[in-house]
Design a protein around this ligand. Structure first.
Ligand SMILES: Cc1ncc(COP(=O)(O)O)c(C=O)c1O
Length: 484
């Protein structure tokens, strides 16, 4: 069904958009663009006619015509019949080069923190897996717990790390995000509280909310010693009795922190006492850039539910992850899983089994590259954005930056003009927190990081030059870009 926005509704959404600091058509276009990116004006909606909007806003029709023309030019309105263009988001916007830097093809994506495949290793695993396929073809192809060879390989990996594990304690999933959704469906009821670190991984927050649960944020300390406020977490568990806690103690996303063994021990003890199930996301555990030694959380308590994935160590395109838990819980997870899907694809799992068996193979080169990129990014930020405070990540893929002003969403909205796509700080928190923060991944090679930091600098300069623009672009909700 086609929808349209009437002028009164649009004027209400626009709020006090017109400061007079820039030409009115420019301000009008900027705010409409923001509303579209932010999801407050849905896609494929016809905007009011130029005449009707001009009348309602008390503006000249020329101003509205120019604003609509600018939106069309930027790809936020279809070229449709007459003036009733429909809202859209451009596949790619035409980036403006930051001074002295070549513009890349399309947007440089800083919202995803992910690496390309460990190509040769992954390719070989798939080629080998295909040789096993003919023997599988007579079967049905359904298996809700996962390929036996893969479950075995994952169990052996845990056992080798000091956590004795049987294949029956492993459920193979389509990645860590799928795993978290299964755990939520099985263990958390609607209205249940789920304790989270604050900040935390945005897709986990979305999953918790989508399950009808209430995220219970506990702030990470602003300094890194200690890296977690275990006292606050213990108090939260004792007082609020959350059903679950979702934690990323191994190279936490977005800060790159690692939790000490002492903190792990305290946390698991307190969780057992309060009846809170600790769900520990180990997706980034292998990206140990500084060689920090910690014991897996599940070595401190058999009640811990661990989630793992090959997405960061090998390739997100494998869409392969797992849950490690007590066998009685795995039975419940399988029941919850089959509501959503009936099993994972066979060839991917056969390939994953090979990758898990020789897990370390691609890691040395990957870690070396990431160490190099981390230094490049930290150096570039220190040089080009000296007013940003950064926390040196011990591992993982991202740097969590504190901005001098609460301008994260505004930077995110402007960034595509300079060739980059960002995830705003508030995506990593609840209640609009973290407008002062931005996560920047070091997954790109140095030359692209240089472009990215140049673009961030150019976007920040634009904001610095116009406090009004900063105010206007500051929204209640950050743009709903996909994040990983
Ligand atoms: C902490 C964390 N958990 C889960 C995921 C998603 O993992 P997967 O691709 O296995 O679903 C990511 C990806 O960025 C992540 O950083």
């Amino acid at each position: 069904m086609s929808t349209s926005l009437n002028p009164t509704a649009l004027v209400r959404l626009l709020g006090s958009w017109n400061s007079g600091a820039l030409p009115a058509y420019r301000e009008l276009a900027d705010v409409v663009r923001l509303l579209v990116m932010d999801g407050r004006i849905p896609l494929d909606v016809a905007l009011p006619s130029e005449r009707a909007l001009a009348q309602t806003l008390g503006l000249s029709r020329t101003t509205v015509t120019a604003a609509y023309a600018s939106l069309r030019e930027q790809g936020f309105l279809t070229a449709g019949q007459g003036s009733r263009g429909r809202t859209r988001i451009p596949h790619r916007t035409a980036p403006v080069s930051a001074p002295g830097l070549a513009v890349p093809e399309g947007l440089l994506d800083l919202a995803y923190a992910s690496l390309p495949a460990a190509g040769e290793v992954v390719h070989r695993a798939f080629a080998d897996a295909l040789t096993e396929l003919p023997a599988r073809l007579p079967g049905f192809g359904y298996d809700a717990v996962g390929e036996p060879a893969l479950r075995e390989a994952i169990a052996e990996k845990y056992t080798a790390e000091g956590v004795p594990t049987s294949p029956g304690q492993i459920l193979v999933t389509s990645g860590a995000q799928h795993a978290l959704n299964i755990v939520l469906r099985a263990l958390a009821g609607k209205q249940d509280r789920v304790m989270v670190e604050h900040p935390t991984y945005p897709n986990a927050l979305d999953a918790i909310r989508a399950a009808g649960c209430k995220p219970l944020p506990v702030a990470l300390p602003s300094g890194t010693s200690p890296a977690w406020d275990i006292d606050a977490m213990v108090a939260t568990m004792n007082q609020q009795r959350p059903a679950m806690a979702y934690l990323v103690p191994d190279f936490h996303n977005p800060t790159g922190r690692i939790m000490s063994d002492l903190q792990r021990r305290r946390l698991t003890r307190a969780a057992a006492a309060s009846g809170t199930v600790l769900v520990v996301d180990e997706t980034l555990r292998e990206l140990n850039l500084d060689g920090v030694r910690t014991a897996p959380m599940s070595s401190f308590s058999p009640a811990v539910v661990s989630i793992g994935s090959l997405s960061k160590s090998h390739w997100a395109g494998l869409r392969t992850g797992w849950i490690r838990a007590d066998e009685s819980l795995i039975v419940r997870f399988v029941a919850a899983r089959t509501v959503m899907d009936l099993g994972g694809p066979v060839v991917e799992q056969l390939a994953a089994a090979r990758l898990v068996r020789s897990f370390a193979e691609p890691l040395d080169a990957r870690l070396e590259e990431l160490r190099h990129n981390r230094e490049s990014l930290l150096g570039l930020i220190a040089e080009r954005l000296p007013s940003w405070e950064v926390e040196r990540p011990r591992g993982g893929l991202t740097v969590w930056c504190r901005l001098p002003l609460a301008s994260s969403t505004a930077l995110t909205v402007l960034a595509p003009d300079f060739g980059v796509r960002l995830a705003a700080g508030p995506r990593f928190g609840v209640g609009g927190a973290f407008e002062h923060y931005l996560r920047v991944p070091y997954t790109l090679p140095a030359a692209q990081l240089e472009f990215a930091v140049g673009a961030l600098r150019a976007a920040q300069d634009k904001l610095d030059a116009s406090p009004h623009l900063r105010r206007t672009l500051k929204t209640e909700r950050p743009p709903a870009v996909a994040v990983a």
